[in-house]
Design a protein around this ligand. Sequence first.
Ligand code: F6R
Length: 243
Amino acid sequence: MEFIITETYDQMSRAAADAIAAKVRSCPDCTLGLATGSTPIGTYACLVADHKDGTLDFSDVTTFNLDEYAGLAPEHRQSYRYFMNDNLFDHVNIDKARTHVPNGANADADAVCNGYEQAIWDNGGIDLQLLGLGHNGHIGFNEPADAFPVGTHAVQLTESTINANSRLFDSIDDVPRSAYTMGIGTIMGAREVLVVVSGADKADIVAKAFCGPVVPQVPASVLQLHPACTVICDAEAASKLPR
Ligand code: F6R
């Protein structure tokens, strides 16, 4: 596991975007795994800027997002499909037909999850997976549990995640209670993983996940076992890492 510690959020974003851009330039038809949430917004802004500068071409890139709320249609402003269009896909020359987000509008969880997992592997797997980190150590919507879930599956969200995500909804009652997410096995199957983490409120979980024991109660801890995982933190998020 490699750590890159930057002073600021903007530098963290630039470093993550540089890693993604390098992958796309060296492998123009690569498959990126993407995340939503607040943390990668700056990374996506940097990628859009690179594209507008004429230095980054997404025309042959395929993407698979980590997760989606169950019950939200793609047009819903809080859906992760909407987020991805708004923050990245609508601003670069990616072929939308190659962008994949689990279909939250389909209530048939088995059909959505099995089809999504199959599509990832039929496509040859993920070359570079971008992740954020939840306060409770979740990655994607893989919440603390007694075992690491393997493939894409439906989950009930924990109170901690519902509370954290309620900032984006009119009321906490509007936050969906379940979601579809890649499993830990899906994420660990990516050839490279890039985790972005920002802010003092993430300092405890950064230290616990990346320097503590590997346990399913801290899902991100499993990334310590990934052969090519880079964590890019700003100074605040890194402040409790052992020196
Ligand atoms: C989003 C996702 C989540 C977030 C995590 C951190 O697709 O998979 O695991 O990465 O909740 O969210 P932020 O960045 O908002 O702190």
